[in-house]
Design a binder for this molecule. Structure first.
Ligand code: WT7
Length: 661
């Protein structure tokens, strides 16, 4: 299979540099988890072993059973247990005498700061929850949050959780169209957004986009709440059903809302993510299993302790921010940092300045950011005191050993372990990573599966592949943080994640994350990347089909194929190959309109790196577009035999265009 060959090539490159690093003794001595026996314990007691995660939370009602697998793969966890996520992330820390401890430390791009103690958070979450109630938000109503990195985002999430209204956060960088698509898909009648925010010193208009999005919502939208982030800098008018956030909260001053007891399996939130088709999938996450899993992995993998200042420099608009900026660290009662802006504003040492100023203990980011730091140069972190750091993490895409080593040396001063954490929107939390107090690290390899997680690398015939060979990553047992379904689409849930490797007759269910991987003799797993039509641009997950449909929607484009090409900093970049409607072959105007089309349909983060107009796309004799070949062209790879193509001549033409740019 061509797919496997490709994986093998990537593999060789990664193997070339592998070495092992031991976790520093000082770290091990203080680690939350340092007994290697934990792996065995989880095996022996499974699934009961997961009570360890659930026990990190306060429950209103204890569960009757840890796992119900009678309707697999629609698993249920902590059956009949009841709890409230906001209570667990806020109230209980206030009650246990830690009300003056900082919960959220926020830094705006322009340098202003805000600190919310647990008491402050308690007050504002309650008041906003009361405001939502008064607007008419009821338990189980899906509330859409289209907000950038401002404290009102986690506050709104927790306010929703408090009243049992699932949130659906749409990353602020998503376009109006993308917002409308997600509100439509979720039948969401409430939107919380803001007037604008800062990016590289500019005041960015956000409400215009939100309003354009609202115009595309097919049902009635009851209410819109608008956070005034920019004040006079961006005057805006509110429509009749739009309310100012600060006014709503002020009107509820002193109000308290009893946290609603939610069933463990009740939806906590929806998170839309890209898949093989053009339609995003709503991953449904639950209150009991998800929150237990987020708390447990934050404690065991990120080693977060209540007294830590912990910083995950992701955006809350993605799952990483949900699990590891908001729910995990707040459930544990620690201090979580939030930064509004870009890492190079006003200068390229901004993140290190924040680490220094706040004495950050733990730092978690994406390989694409690390590669950018490398490019900027080691002098930026070198001028800052980073000695408060104890642990580093990465997430979102494979990390190349060179970037790993740079991070280890220039950020961690060779004294912080690095956890390379593999997981997905769908898994809710980390799945494959070293435990920093136990395992050695191998740059480029995420590590073993976490205790209780059964990961295998298998071949298309379902047999396990030999160590060192590329195959498909699978998860052979359920886990509490898993998505429960694709919202309103159980069929797609089965099709996308379970059909490939399960054996329903035998009631054997195998989860397929659609990643390629290889496993070493010691159980360490190297994740090689997606095998479906999903690409990973700067850690952002994009469906090539979504981009294609945007490109084809541009007037003058007849047909298009979109693939990922490797990129030094972004990991992958978007390559568009398009056939024009007339013979003109595509001019600058069309080029710009294709870019606009993609930015309008998805957002600026999906912007194509390269657009190649071509009279034809390379196709097999049966008429299928040869995507692999287009990928090879984008990557500048040696092309194999093209003689089986229906139209081999187009290849050279396309190749030349890519090279000449
Ligand atoms: C895809 C999931 C997990 C939160 C952020 C991304 C890739 C993620 C790693 C890693 C290699 C990784 C996979 C996965 N991925 N982490 N440590 N090593 N690849 O979540 O947007 O749902 O994307 O990101 O391909 O399937 P997501």
């Amino acid at each position: 299979m061509g797919e496997e060959e490709d994986l093998d090539v990537q593999l060789e490159a990664q193997l070339a540099e592998q070495e092992e690093f031991e976790p520093p003794e000082e770290f091990v001595e203080q680690a939350n988890v340092s007994d290697p026996g934990i792996y065995e314990e989880f095996e022996e007691e499974w699934p009961q072993s997961w009570e360890r995660a659930a026990d990190l939370l306060d429950w209103d009602q204890e569960w009757d059973a840890v796992l119900d697998d009678s309707d697999a793969p629609f698993y249920e966890w902590f059956v009949d247990g009841e709890l409230n996520a906001a209570y667990n992330c806020v109230d209980r820390h206030v009650e246990s005498g830690r009300k003056n401890h900082a919960a959220i430390k926020w830094e705006g791009e322009a340098g202003e700061t805000r600190t919310y103690t647990y008491q402050d958070l308690y007050r504002e979450v309650n008041e906003f929850a009361a405001a939502l109630r008064e607007l008419g938000v009821e338990e189980d109503d899906v509330v859409t949050l289209h907000l950038p990195m401002i404290p009102e985002l986690p506050i709104a999430m927790l306010a929703c959780a408090r009243i049992g209204a699932p949130h659906s956060v749409v990353f602020a960088g998503f376009s109006a169209d993308a917002l409308a698509t997600r509100m439509n898909a979720a039948d969401s009648e409430y939107l919380i957004t803001c007037d604008g925010y800062y990016r590289r010193g500019d005041a960015l208009d956000h409400i215009e986009k939100a309003n354009n999005g609202l115009a595309g919502v097919e049902h009635d939208v009851e209410d819109v709440v608008v956070v005034d982030r920019l004040g006079d800098e961006l005057p805006h008018q509110l429509a009749e059903n739009q309310h100012d956030y600060a006014e709503l909260v002020a009107a509820q001053e002193g109000e308290r809302v009893e946290p609603v007891s939610r069933d463990a399996e009740d939806m906590l939130f929806l998170m839309y993510t890209s898949g093989t088709t053009g339609k995003p999938k709503g991953a449904k996450h639950t209150t009991g299993g998800y929150l237990s899993y987020a708390a447990w992995t934050t404690q065991s993998v990120l080693d977060v302790k209540p007294e830590d200042t912990y910083w995950c420099a992701a955006d809350i608009g993605w799952i990483t921010g949900h699990s590891y900026i908001v729910y995990g660290p707040l459930a544990l009662g620690s201090t979580t940092m939030m930064y509004e802006g870009t890492p190079d504003y006003p200068d390229k040492d901004r993140l290190w300045e924040i680490v220094e100023k706040n004495a950050v203990d733990i730092f978690y980011t994406a390989p694409t950011a690390i590669r950018a730091f490398m490019k900027w140069g080691e002098e930026y972190p070198a001028t800052r005191d980073l000695s408060s750091l104890r642990l580093l993490g990465t997430v979102g895409e494979p990390i190349n050993p060179r970037a790993w080593k740079w991070y280890y040396k220039h950020i961690g001063n060779e004294s912080c372990p690095i956890v390379d954490t593999w997981w997905q929107t769908e898994t809710g939390g980390m799945m494959i990573t070293t435990l920093p107090g136990i395992n050695n690290m191998k740059p480029g390899s995420a590590g073993p599966a976490l205790p209780g997680i059964d990961a295998k690398v298998i071949a298309p015939d379902k047999s396990e592949v030999e160590p060192g060979r590329a195959g498909h990553l699978t998860i052979q047992r359920p886990w509490p943080g898993m998505l429960r379904t694709v919202y309103k689409n159980d069929e797609r849930f089965i099709q996308e994640y379970w059909e490939a490797y399960s054996n329903p007759e035998e009631d054997e269910w195998v989860y397929f994350p659609e990643d390629g991987a290889k496993i070493d003799d010691d159980g360490y797993i190297t994740v090689l990347g997606r095998i479906d039509d999903v690409i990973n641009v700067s850690g952002h997950r994009l469906g090539t089909m979504e981009i294609e449909s945007a490109v084809v929607g541009v007037e003058g484009v007849a047909e298009a194929a979109v693939v990922g090409g490797s990129h030094e900093v972004k990991g992958e970049a978007v390559y568009v190959y398009a056939i024009t409607e007339d013979e003109s072959g595509g001019d600058e105007d069309l080029h710009d309109r294709v870019i606009d089309g993609v930015e309008e349909a998805i957002g600026p983060f999906a912007r194509p790196e390269e657009i190649v107009f071509t009279p034809e796309l390379p196709k097999t004799r049966s008429g299928k577009i040869m995507r692999r070949l287009l990928e090879d062209i984008a990557n500048g790879n040696e092309l194999g035999n093209t003689s089986t193509l229906r139209n081999p001549d187009v290849v050279e033409d396309i190749q030349q265009q890519v090279r000449s740019d």
